[in-house]
Design a binder for this molecule. Structure first.
Ligand code: APR
Length: 311
């Protein structure tokens, strides 16, 4: 039996636990700092088991012994964005939380693959990699799958075609400087550049960039969680079942795309070892510049975090 521990039993974490149970591929442990919260949510979900016909268990805990021997750990612990807040505003608070969680993961689940979800995402991946000392293939961030699913939806709605025919690729940091790639975005193999005007593509790209912010503005309290949890589940499934999906993830680059020592969203093959391979695309000058700009802003935030740590 595979075991997945989800740290942070809030909106994103608990929903990811629910979706994973529905997939019937692993036992789930929810961990949270709030007493009773992970236990209560896990109990509620387990009461649904006879009706939903779950094959696996879900339990909740406040202490980290519960995550021992996890195959996969998902980190969602932290504060979500509030209206008017950028993902970077969350940096100081969430770096502390994620750093403390990473210490526990290193101790209790030293062989796990880790998917980081807490924002600002790419910087939090650096925190986890540094604190755990795990190899780069075992620490990745969830962003590109979410950004791409939003782009897919907007394209499908615009063209009036079925969602499953649309394949989209969004690279870069998980923030306002993400890099949607229309050239690699198609409807059943037809590039969208042949189906939509540049003006329309620009509008859909802009909406994709602001997709998370649009939801924060509507919810007032908290940020998106159904689509993020679905995106995490897509990645968990690829890793747990070793099905080697090609998905965009925040991965640690060491020379690919002429970027070094930085986490940024790129296409990668996901399997049982985590990031099995980063796929390097031949980008145009403009696409590469946008990816580098995105990576630079991640690097700046990492430097900010290094300073905070030192202070
Ligand atoms: N250890 C464990 N859990 C913690 C800790 C900690 N040190 N600090 C906070 N938490 C828990 C909170 O108690 C809460 O239950 O993390 C959970 C976060 O859940 P929500 O507040 O509902 O936030 P959510 O919407 O799930 O977003 C979590 O994912 O998408 C990102 O930007 C989002 O960074 C945010 C994260």
């Amino acid at each position: 039996m595979k075991k997945v521990s989800i740290i942070g039993a809030g909106h994103v974490g608990a929903t990811a636990g629910l979706y994973l149970l529905e997939k019937r591929i692993a036992n789930v442990v929810l961990v949270d700092i709030v007493e009773g919260l992970p236990q209560g949510k896990a109990m509620d979900l387990s009461h649904a088991a006879p009706l939903r016909k779950y094959l696996h268990t879900i339990t909740g805990a406040n202490d980290y012994e519960a995550i021992a021997d996890s195959d996969l750990v998902v980190i969602t612990a932290g504060l979500p964005r509030r209206p008017g807040m950028s993902r970077s505003d969350l940096l100081a608070t969430n770096a502390k939380i994620v750093g403390s969680v990473a210490e526990q993961v290193k101790t209790y689940a030293p062989d796990a693959v880790v998917i980081v979800v807490t924002n600002p995402l790419d910087v939090m991946c650096h925190v986890v990699k540094e604190v755990t000392g795990f190899p780069k293939n075992r620490v990745m961030g969830m962003a590109g799958v979410l950004d791409s699913t939003r782009f897919r939806l907007f394209i499908a709605q615009e063209l009036g075609v079925h969602l499953s025919d649309v394949v989209a690729l969004v690279l870069g940091g998980h923030g306002d400087d993400m890099v949607p790639l229309p050239r690699y975005t198609s409807v059943s193999g037809i590039p969208i550049t042949e189906l939509l005007s540049q003006e329309t593509i620009d509008r859909l790209v802009a909406r994709t960039r602001k997709g998370g912010g649009e939801i924060v503005g509507l919810l007032k309290e908290g940020s998106a969680f159904y689509a993020p949890a679905s995106s995490i589940t897509e990645m968990m499934e690829a890793i747990l079942l070793n099905i080697r999906r090609n998905l965009p993830v925040s991965a640690y680059l060491e020379g690919e795309y002429d970027l070094k020592d930085v986490y940024v969203g790129v296409p990668a093959v996901l399997g049982q070892n985590g990031v099995e391979k980063v796929i390097e695309l031949a980008l145009t000058y403009d696409e590469k510049s946008a990816l580098h700009a995105s990576a630079n802003s991640v690097a700046k935030s990492v430097a900010q975090w290094e300073e905070m740590k030192g202070a």
